[in-house]
Write a protein that binds this ligand. Structure first.
Ligand SMILES: Nc1ncnc2c1ncn2[C@@H]1O[C@H](COP(=O)(O)OP(=O)(O)OP(=O)(O)O)[C@@H](O)[C@H]1O
Ligand SMILES: [Mg+2]
Length: 395
């Protein structure tokens, strides 16, 4: 019987040619409406290729305006252009929301060059020295993108940027490490030292939100890659572009498109209609990024599930930390995980708060503000509960 189900699902009529082309990680060959910004970035990096100097650039813009994809696309071209000029340059893209400590960012750089590099138990300074030695010994260059750096600096302070910009300089010789920082806006620069601040300040590429017609072009170019020919109705594209233009967010537009395709497949409709887009809209919330939920660590996921479940069950606006912690223990049991201690649970909550997934404030109850009240403001608790269960099942 299950064999039949398998075959049936495999043979099911689908509107997709390749749905993976709609996933947030996919880097399209062509970036629509970002030629000027790409050119600007190239101009900033010209001296790196011509004079073998180093560069620092900051890319800013709100959610889903193409910061990550611009940097990745640029990095690929930069490597190519350097190679054809006989320059050994590596581009590395690091997401600082995922690699959350200075140590793990630098270890990532080292490991890129040699996965077997012995780095356990060594401090970040030592590791960074190793990177510089490595680059020197091979006459090699490195451009690192520190993506979602604002979030990282808020949590860890300015040391990472400081070390990456200074280590080589302090040792004399050429600085072989260039940086592309990505952040929502420039405000995080204030917590960096004056010298670093000013280099970034002079090299800012600010990406605007996309208009409806720009979003339509982005959608159309992705539809050609991801869908079978002619299955997405033009009205559907217009509607999705309109909906997403309120935020100017291409990620939201592409997610709507993907879910609309899924809705069409669920009905074996063969075409993606505006009604499928409307259905999709009912289950996507641009306020919370899917990747943010997906990239949470296991116990952060369990904690978030506990918050969502508590709020969904109680139907109240707020949940108290003590109650959520009890729910967390139940959730852990359900997923056969050993619950972590109170202090760690506390840290998970703080991190969820920092990511903007939950909102925490003092309850006014208990001693010295020990009790906090937690709310979920951006999405229905019921929706979040289901999402978290889905993600935890995938593990
Ligand atoms: N100009 C574009 N052409 C084609 N696809 C694009 C373009 N801009 C964005 N996208 C796509 O939209 C999605 C979101 O883009 P991206 O991840 O680069 O946004 P972001 O600015 O980094 O957002 P965040 O601040 O949330 O990290 C990705 O799937 C990306 O491929
Ligand atoms: Mg990004």
């Amino acid at each position: 019987m299950y064999g039949d189900i398998f075959e049936e699902e495999m043979n099911r009529e689908t509107v997709f040619r390749d749905a993976s082309k709609l996933m947030p990680e996919y880097v399209p060959q062509v970036l629509v409406h970002r030629e000027e910004e790409f050119r600007q970035l190239t101009r900033f990096f010209k001296p790196v290729l011509e004079n073998r100097s180093s560069q620092r650039v900051l890319i800013t813009g709100s959610v889903g305006v193409g910061k990550t994809v611009l940097a990745r696309r640029f990095g690929a071209e930069l490597e190519k252009a350097a190679g054809s000029r006989g320059m050994n340059l590596t581009y590395l893209h690091i997401n600082c929301r995922k690699d959350r400590t200075i140590y793990s960012v630098i270890a990532k750089i080292l490991q890129h060059f040699n996965p077997r590099w012995p780095y356990y138990g060594l401090g970040p300074e030592k590791l960074l020295n190793d990177v510089v030695n490595y680059l020197n010994s091979r006459d090699a260059y490195l451009t690192v993108t520190l993506d979602e750096l604002d979030f990282f600096v808020q949590q860890n302070g300015p040391n990472l940027v400081y070390s990456l910009t200074r280590t080589a300089e302090e040792r004399g010789g050429p600085n072989r490490i260039s940086l592309i920082a990505i952040a929502r806006d420039k405000s995080f620069l204030r917590s960096l030292d004056a010298a670093t601040q000013s280099t970034f300040m002079h090299n800012v590429i600010a990406l605007d939100r996309y208009s409806a017609s720009q979003l339509k072009d982005i959608l159309l170019s992705r539809i050609r890659e991801a869908f079978k020919h002619g299955v997405v109705e033009e009205d559907t594209v217009d509607l999705i572009a309109d909906i997403a233009s309120r935020w100017g967010d291409a990620r939201f537009a592409l997610e709507l498109l993907w879910r609309a395709g899924m809705a069409a497949d669920a009905e074996a409709a063969g075409v993606v209609t505006p009604e499928h887009a409307r259905k999709a809209k009912a289950e996507v919330y641009p306020e919370i990024k899917r990747e943010v939920l997906r990239d949470l660590q296991l116990h952060e996921k369990l904690t978030l599930l506990a918050v969502a479940r508590k709020l969904n069950l109680s139907k109240r606006a707020y949940a108290f930390t003590g109650d959520v912690e009890k729910t967390y223990r139940v959730v852990c049991e359900e997923y056969r995980e050993e619950p972590r201690r109170h202090t760690q649970f506390w840290e998970y909550l703080q991190r969820l708060n920092a990511l903007g997934v939950v909102d925490i404030k003092p309850s006014g109850l208990g001693q010295r503000g020990q009790t906090l009240k937690i709310s979920i403001q951006e999405v229905p608790a019921e929706w979040l509960e289901k999402e978290m269960e889905k993600l935890l099942r995938e593990k």
